[in-house]
Write a protein that binds this ligand. Sequence first.
Ligand SMILES: *Cc1c(COP(=O)(O)O)cnc(C)c1O
Length: 367
Amino acid sequence: MARPSVRSDLALFEGYHSPQLDVSVRLNTNEAPTPPPAAFVDAIADHLGEIDWNRYPDRAATALRSKIAEIESPQRSGGFSIDHVLAANGSNEVLQSICLAYGGAGRNILTFEPTYAMHSHIARITGAAPISVQRNPDFSINLDMALDTIETERPAVTFLCSPNNPTGMLETGDTVTRVLDAVEAVDGLLVVDEAYGQFAPWTALELIDESRSLVVTRTFSKTWSAAALRLGYLIGPTWAVNDISAVVLPYHLDALTQTSGLVALDFYDEMTARVESLVAERERILTAFDELPLEYWSSKANFILFRPTAADGNDVWQQLVDQSVLVRNCASWPGLAGCLRVTVGTAEENTVFLQALTKILDPSSAR
Ligand SMILES: *Cc1c(COP(=O)(O)O)cnc(C)c1O
């Protein structure tokens, strides 16, 4: 039997894969290391009885979007309203919806590599042409090359990840503004992916304006300790929210997700406390890294990219797995030869990780 063939532009295309191995210390996908408070689960249980299970959910996710607007309002003078917010199943669905609305066949979508692989991946599966500008060797953005490429290639959508995954580096307001000016000059849209925004001291949310072609995406998967929920959102000008809302499937956000997201937002103080303790742990790991034979990039997120200087990245990754510690192996990713990325875990997990890594890289000093 002849099987149907996939779209020719997707032939040889491999899907997303990060190994889900059974280890005791999992520091590979940048999730929060601890669950939300027990009261979160109790509150969701209380709300289950209120769902009209035989009816479609609120298509506009009104309550959830209003609450997100309220929570993010302090980030911009003038605040946000429900009309600035679009919620979806993970920020990945938000990114896909952006690409469906503004990208598609015959249009370019620009990324600054190395960065979050899903940006170019989603650009491709939605039919656009992914184009990229290589970052400087220190992973900062090469602004001259960026502005040049935007002017000549006229990307419909430009993705800027800040803090950037996998480098952890934060963009400055000046860089974002200069890229935004260039993007607007070619009638494009700038998307700042802030999946790790709350870990960082600066957010592009303050630049959101009706007259600017900028949207910011955020997620419940990292800072909110709710990766299982699959909930993300976009904040942007009302015209962008309208444009993008037109391409999402009707009732895409189910009642359980809407309810759970609303409940999660009641635990804002717990979220910020968790973020603070993860930032402190991140700094502890960075200090410990100073004593090891490796180079690392200073992170403003909940993960750190590093490269062993006297050992092979793949070997180190495998030896960590042998000690039941899983980190992300970026050693074979373009531009990241020999690099590994560790997610900040609980204090105990980080200690286990640091001891295992010390044993591998510097056996003489390991206790
Ligand atoms: C983890 C991550 C996301 C999150 O995607 P979700 O679909 O919300 O889980 C988005 N962007 C970046 C850069 C990430 O690292």
